[in-house]
Design a protein around this ligand. Sequence first.
Ligand SMILES: Cc1ncc(COP(=O)(O)O)c(C=O)c1O
Length: 448
Amino acid sequence: MSIENDLALISDFDKNYCLQVFLPLPVAFVKGKGSYLYDTQGTKYLDMIGGIAVNSLGHGNPKLTSAISKQAKDLIHCCNYYYIPQRSELAYRLCRASFADKAFFCNSGTEANEAAIKLARGYFHYKEQDKFEIITAEKSFHGRTYGAMSATGQEKFSKPFEPIVPGFKYVPFNDIDALKLAITPKTAAIMLELIQGESGVNPADVEYIKEIRKICTEKDILLIFDEVQTGIGRTGKMFCYQQYGVTPDIMTLAKGLGGGVPIGAMLCTDEASKGFKPGDHGSTFGGNPLACAAGIAVMEYFGETNLLDNVNQVSVVLFEKLNKLKNKYSCIKSIRGMGLLIGIEFDDSIIASGLREELFRNGFLVSSIGRSVIRIAPPLIITKIQATQFVKALGSLLSTRMGAKPNPILNAIKNIGRKEAPAVSSLSEQKPDDTKPALPAPDDEDDF
Ligand SMILES: Cc1ncc(COP(=O)(O)O)c(C=O)c1O
């Protein structure tokens, strides 16, 4: 029996046999290529959310898929009793690309944060200091397991599951005075996202982060950046801390690192690494050859192509065009974020989840956060043309919603899922970095 292309059966099985913790849209994707996803009917969607910032290289990237299939043929799993060449290489690559001296691998963002929280407490335990409190930000999101959930400054994620892990304090984001007040002699770490992704794409202020670094150094407090969503090129630099010019002691990664293959990583300085001795932490699957081969392919791809240039160039286009929309439609309150992690906030006249569904019906995939924010985090290979198509579609929907004359573009966009356009060179409009080959053009590109 195969249910692969039968949406009714797929959703029926889901409702009957899967734990109902998600609220999926009525669609199942069975194929992806570049920045597009294809559903069971062969309908095509422009993926403006990239598996929530995961599909960094897009769908079906040949380098990534061949690295995974080669590794799958050679060796999928090998336990941590032995050296693992791919783990050694990925650790080396990540440390070379960042502030870090050491890497630990796991399978998800929440596990990377568990490792970071444990490491911070272990560090002071081994220094024989009674420091265990961890300060995090209100509206933060660090994951669903107990440590990471307890670090998360949003009660809605933990309330039904109390008691949470003790020792966490939450302070208003971007409020340095509140943070200073929360510090005590028992403070072990300050843990922050540089851009709060899950609560509406809210970036930290540069001065705030610089001041925190100073305080951490002065008071012997470990600084943890949760770059699960912002890391691996998402913001236009390899890591978001590089945008701030502020280096943490510990950083967590996941999402984009495997390009879709589950992997998490906790990176730290040699000094912070003293928080774990052999046997203190581990993971059966973490650092396995398959996931690390994916991570290596992703890291290599950055080195071999102009992917970061592409992020920055498409980001400029998106911000420019979205800000034009904002000037035109008063229902848009703000456009914020960095690189290809962007939040579009609306006033009360727009319900973000409804707009997300309308975009979906028109062939565009985004996420909605709370009542008012649409988040986009497309594959980093997205082109300016594709980004422009998305903004046009959004503008058209807003124009019809706001009672203006229906825009003829909308009809063209409605057909996005139904027609295959002739291939065009996607990056021809972009000045490539001379030193690196341009990204391979996707096989298809709609031409409106
Ligand atoms: C900043 C941040 N940290 C941690 C997590 C948890 O990652 P995962 O879902 O891989 O456990 C997320 C997920 O959205 C995140 O955005």
